[in-house]
Design a protein around this ligand. Structure first.
Ligand code: SAM
Length: 246
């Protein structure tokens, strides 16, 4: 079937790939991937010999028209990223949008993502979750982004690099409040997988002097209790005022 297939691949453990993903990659005419050396490990492991074509931030403008032409010619194009689900802090959005604009079929082949893996392992509210991706590196924009997220009644999920983890937790604790529950999920699905839970303040302190390696997701609980108390107070006040005839 021609179309653009957005295929999730593992986030560490090579076993985390669906049967449908393997069938799709095997049957595709071409696999667009970020780094052919990274994706070759996966395709070799599963004996997939579909041609790999590099599609990353630096060549996307040049490659996209070629991929769109292949789609127009009736090809099945699979899009994967180095790990997890494409478009989730990874390239692919413009390719998907332009494929849809051109009338091509876009088919998601769902699977692993650090976003969902961390969300379900954090032990924090899962009914409303906001994916915040990577924070900006620089002070001002970074501060403003965290401030914009502070009051949102949702668990917040951040991707973070290991060398910025301590600083990131400190910034989050300062703006969101040191007492907000959070979790740091590291190396999910891999040998040294860990999930550390605590308040943002405790976690910031705990990681302060530590040199951390590996891939990291920070999950922060919603400002739940505080918001609920505020709502309760407002409701109680309104009721008391109405009863007093004010
Ligand atoms: N598209 C990927 C996904 O669906 O999760 C994310 C790609 S993004 C460039 C890479 C970031 O995802 C890492 O810096 C880390 O924050 C997170 N990540 C990826 N794999 C992970 C893992 N095994 N454990 C924890 N975090 C991971």
């Amino acid at each position: 079937e021609p179309g653009l297939y957005v295929v999730s691949t593992p986030i560490g453990n090579l076993g985390d790939i669906t049967l449908r993903a393997l069938q799709t990659l095997t049957g595709a005419d071409v696999i667009a991937c970020e780094d052919t050396r990274v994706s070759r490990v996966l395709t070799n492991h599963y004996a997939i010999d579909t041609r790999l074509l590099a599609y990353h931030d630096h060549n996307a403008e040049k490659q996209r028209p070629k991929l769109l032409q292949m789609l127009a010619d009736g090809a099945a194009v699979a899009l994967i990223s180095d790990a997890g689900t494409p478009l989730i802090s990874d390239p692919g959005l413009k390719l998907v949008a332009e494929s849809l604009d051109a009338g091509h079929r876009v088919v998601p082949i769902p699977g692993a993502s650090a976003l969902l893996a961390a969300t379900v392992a954090a032990g924090l509210a899962t009914d409303t979750v906001l994916f915040a991706g990577f924070l900006p590196n620089k002070g001002g924009p970074r501060q403003r982004r965290i401030e914009a997220l502070a009051g949102i009644p949702a668990s917040l999920v951040f991707y973070e690099s290991p060398n910025r983890l301590a600083a990131g937790l400190k910034d989050l604790a300062e703006v969101l409040g040191a007492d907000r529950p959070a979790a740091v999920a590291r190396e999910l699905t891999k040998k040294f997988e860990t999930v550390r839970r605590g308040t943002l303040g405790d976690l910031a302190e705990g990681y302060a002097g530590e040199s951390v390696k590996g891939e990291i997701v920070i999950v922060v609980a919603p400002p739940g209790e505080i918001a609920e108390t505020e709502i309760d107070i407002d409701a109680a006040l309104a009721e008391a005022l109405s009863r007093s005839g004010a």
